[in-house]
Design a protein around this ligand. Structure first.
Ligand code: ADP
Ligand code: MG
Length: 293
């Protein structure tokens, strides 16, 4: 039988927008030593806008943006949406593209006018072994210092443009970090984004532990790394990529309108898409425990 006090607190949790899928995890939340947050869409709004771009000689900004929008046509990633919107704002029509392929945690690929075209972040460049022209490197460095996410356009093996996108830190994130620190909980951030952007966001929020440029298949290893230090670890995420880390964590927390896979991998689902509910969850768990003694 479910102890009465736990049953009560599960419904109390539900009333606070927390769906508890695993009761044990709910109890464990009171003992968490560290909580790892996915950056994009969790600590930040995930609403990117293209704020700047650079191209190589012979490629106009309009051409680059239209080509990138064509490759991103079918992607649901927030970066893809931003690129399509930027192209629309300039009334650019994207050329026809076929053979779309999502490359998890790296970017997308398609065939456009007989060319193999990629759009993606630093992880993609590493995979393609692309050479970065000096002025694009400089553009990317500068963007990174300003906490802007940079994605690249590669056509037939040649890097031809870079786009700088700005995301916004959620107002609530500042309070979440502070409140967790007050509870004695270490706050970590996990992202596939570049080291520069990750450090800038972490600095601003006062987050002490940063895992950047992490590939989707390695996200759960960062959780493991903290567990290997003897810590009880919570993970907060929303994306498909976060699912293995949510499963690995002692308390997996899916936030907001998380993807189905994230929700299925989590122990607790925060329905209201408010990261402050992570703090409420820990406090509720602590309160239940006290009552049970
Ligand atoms: P995060 O870990 O920040 O939630 P993802 O794991 O979804 O981000 O993606 C990691 C990185 O892969 C992004 O920062 C971006 O550089 C690149 N990427 C992923 N999907 C796309 C896409 N559709 N278009 C361009 N870049 C992408
Ligand atoms: Mg994400």
């Amino acid at each position: 039988a479910i102890p009465l006090v736990v049953a009560i607190n599960t419904s109390l949790a539900a009333r606070n927008g927390m769906l508890v899928r695993d009761r044990i995890a709910m109890e464990e939340a009171r003992n968490l030593d560290a909580i790892v947050f996915d950056k994009t869409g969790t600590l930040t709004r995930g609403e990117h806008g293209v704020v700047d771009m650079a191209t190589v000689d012979g490629v106009t900004e309009a051409d680059a943006l239209a080509l990138a929008a064509a490759v991103e046509r079918d992607s649901e990633h927030m970066i893809a949406r931003a690129i399509r919107e930027a192209a629309e704002e300039r009334d650019l029509s994207a050329p026809d593209a076929t053979d779309f392929e999502a490359i998890k945690g790296r970017g997308v690929r398609a065939t456009v006018e007989g060319n193999e075209v990629y759009v993606g972040g630093p992880n993609l460049l590493t995979q393609l072994d692309s050479e970065v022209p000096d002025h694009l490197r400089q553009f990317a460095d500068e963007a990174g210092e300003n906490a802007r996410t940079v994605v690249y356009l590669v056509r037939d093996g040649e890097l031809i443009a870079a786009f700088a996108m700005a995301d916004v830190i959620r107002e609530e994130s500042f309070r979440v970090v502070e409140a967790l620190h007050d509870l004695g909980i270490e706050v970590a951030m996990l992202t596939g984004d570049s080291r520069d952007v990750a450090d800038a966001v972490a600095d601003e929020l006062g987050i002490e532990t940063v895992f950047a440029e992490v590939l989707p298949e390695d996200k759960d290893e960062t959780v493991q790394e903290l567990q290997d230090q003897g810590k009880l670890v919570g993970m907060v995420g929303d994306g498909v990529n976060d699912a293995p880390a949510l499963t690995r964590a002692d308390v997996g927390i899916a936030i907001g309108s998380g993807t189905d896979i994230a929700v299925q991998s989590a122990d607790v689902i925060l329905v209201q898409n408010n990261p402050m509910d992570v703090v409420r969850l820990v406090k509720l768990s602590k309160a239940s425990y006290r009552k049970m003694q």
